[in-house]
Design a protein around this ligand. Structure first.
Ligand SMILES: Nc1ncnc2c1ncn2[C@@H]1O[C@H](COP(=O)(O)OP(=O)(O)OP(=O)(O)O)[C@@H](O)[C@H]1O
Length: 295
């Protein structure tokens, strides 16, 4: 089976600072991948390397089995919607479709026209006067009509109101289903990722903190509450992600490789937002690294 993204110790350095470091991922094709992390975590860097826009400084990367900058065939397989969905302000919506048709060998003109009509964009309007939500819809249309196998979107709706964001994500899910697209989407809004993604990568401070199938992550992580206890005394196979104590009580968020039977703990399920927040918080004081990469 083709792998969507395969990286090995991938890194990018600007002068002395690493924007991305030791990034090792194996993501199967056909997934809708959410890349989450705070500002400056390295999300755009990873997406730009995957799209062939940026050369790595270390390690290796394969996207759909090919090297990102290997040539026109690889570029045709990958659509890229850059941060803030840039467009040529003086050109109209129709001009952008014509440009798309000239630049992309697999251009689907009917799909582009239909989508523009469906989302209510005026072909004669200059893109400099479109709202943020309309520009995002145009960018999604251009990305989809290219008929790539993978669509990469770098925070496409960061500056868009909640309703327009929902419509955009709905359109993205429909396009992914209709054209059997894989999607790699960055966001710092976990709710967006929760709505559309089935695979999660959390990047913090240029490192991957956790990666895996969303359902598997949710079923392997638990919140444990019980009498105050040193997390260092937990059995092997229970990996503490975050910990907090009161005078008498300890609350842990942990990943467990097998069911937790210790009656001292009250065990509850964890939502995606809590899971992401736990990995975004500084490494646990339990003395174990919070790094968990699930493949
Ligand atoms: N061209 C560049 N020159 C120097 N440093 C850079 C350059 N591009 C990015 N960086 C640095 O690399 C780090 C990662 O940046 P990146 O844009 O990948 O983060 P991000 O997670 O996409 O952030 P945001 O959510 O704010 O877009 C940051 O510290 C940033 O300042």
């Amino acid at each position: 089976m083709t792998t969507l993204l395969r990286t090995r110790e991938l890194g990018k350095r600007y002068r002395r600072r690493w924007a991305l470091r030791d990034c090792t991922l194996d993501i199967p094709a056909g997934r809708i991948v959410g890349l989450v992390g705070p500002n400056g975590a390295g999300k755009s860097t990873l997406l730009n390397i995957a799209a062939g826009q940026l050369a790595p400084s270390a390690g290796s990367i394969e996207v759909l089995g090919g090297h990102p900058a290997s040539g026109p065939a690889q570029l045709a397989k990958v659509g890229f919607v850059a941060q803030d969905t840039p467009a040529y302000a003086a050109l109209t919506v129709a001009d952008h479709l014509r440009l798309g048709a000239r630049l992309n060998p697999r251009w689907d003109a009917a799909a582009a026209r239909n989508r523009i009509e469906r989302v209510g964009l005026d072909p004669a309007q200059r893109t400099g006067t479109l709202s943020g939500g309309q520009r995002a819809q145009l960018a999604l249309t251009l990305g989809v009509a290219k008929r790539p196998e993978l669509l990469i979107l770098d925070e496409p709706v960061a500056a868009v109101d909640p309703l327009a964001r929902r419509e955009f994500l709905q359109g993205l899910m429909e396009a992914a289903a209709e054209y059997e697209l894989s999607v790699l989407l960055s966001s710092h809004l976990v709710t967006d990722v929760e709505r559309v993604c089935d695979y999660l990568v959390v990047l913090v401070d240029s490192h991957v903190r956790v990666a895996g199938d969303v359902d598997e992550l949710l079923s392997s992580h638990h919140r444990l509450t019980g009498p105050r206890r040193d997390p260092g005394t937990l059995p092997a196979g229970q990996h503490v992600v975050s910990v907090s104590h009161t005078e008498r009580q300890t609350t842990l968020l942990l990943r467990a490789e097998s069911p937790i039977h210790d009656p001292a703990w009250t065990v509850s399920r964890v939502g995606l937002e809590d899971l992401v927040l736990a990995y975004l918080s500084p490494p646990t004081a339990a003395g174990r690294p919070a790094l968990e990469v699930l493949r």
